[in-house]
Design a protein around this ligand. Structure first.
Ligand code: NAI
Length: 456
């Protein structure tokens, strides 16, 4: 006998658990079907474990460089295995927190793989192990998986453990001596930052002429400069040709080169995890591997929604949260589309990088006439108090004529926290005059944003 719910959610990551949470809060009966641990990639093998590691790396670096601040720390050493144990504890606590929230809201978790079987009595029929679920609305939140490019030697490398993805590297208790990172995007840079900070020699091979995708070019240049100081090597505009049992072969300016290493991290993007979900049983339209959705996250089948990485829009946990809310609101009859243009992005490297909205380049490519207001973070007393020789800066991208702030880009400490103020300014479409009247606490690094506002 099938169990009946208003809403069934397939996937227990940020998109899935938030959808179930908001549905239950909205008075709907909900169920989550998750075959692995609750929390998905974000909690178990992505955002949270990475940030735990990066915080230890930052502490280590600060301790090693504390002399200038009048702190003598002798024989500072780093215990990667201990860091990994702490990471496991943090993950366990957060996963338990999500499970507790579900229990508190009377949302059952079915620990099986959910597969769409079709329709029955005007509802959707889902199989989950031996169980069957009937639901009026279905929210797909199946996440994503590492993209594996068809490179010679990659399959063998993954099998032997010489090549790893973010999942395996976040489980490894040993530090590689020589790490090659293929792909200078967000995952590659965050992991490269950790390993280079704690003693590994790291080379990043990126096929484009710059790291960090569409991130502001000046910020990328400063990030690379900081990394190079820590011994990291960048091979930009280079194509990987082959992975052997002990090295990576790549092409640099028409020449074939080889780097011997003891581990290779593959971080060339992620792809929606949509295989084996039974999407074809409802005839759900796809956009290559991604589930096609409209502005309310509804698929081509009315009543079926897709939120988070599986719709391939913006693969960020905080986007998944917001999409989950928008989907549930649509179910509840509330008009609440997601504004993707004000979703912030953060690279949790040290220094941190945070951005929202347009860069000068992206704005100009849309035919907009903009100017940049760039201020060094040294304008902040707190930045000077806490940073030695820091070159961090903040940029506002402002539309000429209208004086509207279209983007904000920051590199430096607290960037990930400061960006929220800029998101609000842009999302609420505050005028320069209105922004000037907002009081920032002093001394904070965020005050630089206030200072920039006076130059609009
Ligand atoms: P990405 O798309 O950010 O970067 C992949 C990079 O690999 C690109 O720069 C691309 O040019 C390069 N690349 C592709 N094929 C290559 C090849 N054969 N050789 C050399 N370079 C190659 O993807 P990434 O870093 O794997 O992250 C995946 C997803 O996870 C992203 O959507 C990202 O937003 C998300 N994520 C977000 C984080 C955050 O918000 N802090 C942290 C980690 C991941």
């Amino acid at each position: 006998m099938a169990r009946e719910f208003d809403v069934a959610v397939i996937g227990g990551g940020p998109g899935g658990y938030m959808a179930a949470e908001r549905a239950a809060e909205g008075g709907l009966s909900a169920v989550v079907i998750e075959e692995k641990a609750m929390g998905g990639t974000c909690l178990n093998e992505g955002c949270v474990p990475t940030k735990t590691l990066l915080y230890s790396a930052k502490l280590y670096r600060h301790a090693s460089e504390s002399e200038a601040f009048g702190v003598h720390a002798e024989a500072v050493s780093f215990d990667h295995a201990r860091v990994m144990k702490r990471k496991a504890k943090v993950v366990k606590t957060l996963v338990a927190g999500v499970e507790y929230t579900m229990k508190n809201l009377s949302v059952p978790i079915i620990r099986e793989r959910g597969v769409i079987r079709g329709r029955q009595d005007g509802r959707f029929l889902i199989g989950a192990g031996d169980e069957e679920i009937l639901c009026s609305k279905l929210i797909l939140a199946a996440g994503s998986e590492t993209a594996i490019p068809p490179l010679p030697g990659i399959k063998e490398g993954l099998e032997s453990g010489f090549v790893v993805t973010s999942r395996e590297i976040l489980q490894s208790e040993t530090l590689p001596q020589e790490l090659v990172v293929i792909g200078g995007g967000v995952i590659g840079l965050e992991m490269a930052c950790y390993y280079a900070s704690v003693g590994s020699h790291v080379t990043v091979i990126e096929m484009l002429p710059k790291i960090a995708g569409t991130t502001d070019k000046e910020i990328c240049d400063l990030l690379m400069k900081e990394y190079k100081k820590r011994g990291m090597v960048f091979k930009l505009g280079c194509r990987v040709l082959e992975i052997t049992g002990h090295s990576v072969l790549f092409e640099e300016a028409g020449e074939q080169r080889e780097i011997a290493c003891d581990r290779v991290l593959l971080s060339v993007g992620r792809a929606p995890a949509t295989g084996g979900l039974g999407l074809e049983n409802l005839g759900i339209e796809m956009n290559r591997r991604a589930i096609a959705v409209n502005e309310y996250l509804e698929t081509s089948v009315p009543g079926v929604y897709a939120v988070g990485d599986c719709n391939g829009k913006l693969m960020l946990a905080h986007t998944a949260y917001r999409e989950a809310e928008a989907a549930v609101h649509h179910i509840l009859g509330i008009d609440d589309p997601v504004r993707y243009e004000t979703v912030p992005a953060v690279i949790y490297t040290d220094p941190e990088v945070a951005s929202v909205g347009e860069t000068k380049e992206s704005a100009e490519s849309k035919g907009l006439s903009v100017r940049e207001i760039k201020l060094p973070l040294r304008f902040s007393g707190r930045y000077l108090a806490e940073t030695e020789r820091g070159e961090g800066f903040l940029k506002l991208v402002v539309e000429e004529g209208t004086r509207k702030v279209l983007g904000c880009h920051i590199i430096g400490p607290y960037a990930s926290e400061i960006i929220v103020s800029a998101v609000m300014m842009i999302d609420l479409e505050l005028t320069a005059g209105r922004m000037e009247r907002i009081v920032f606490p002093h001394p904070t690094v965020g005050e630089v944003l206030r200072e920039a506002v006076f130059r609009i």
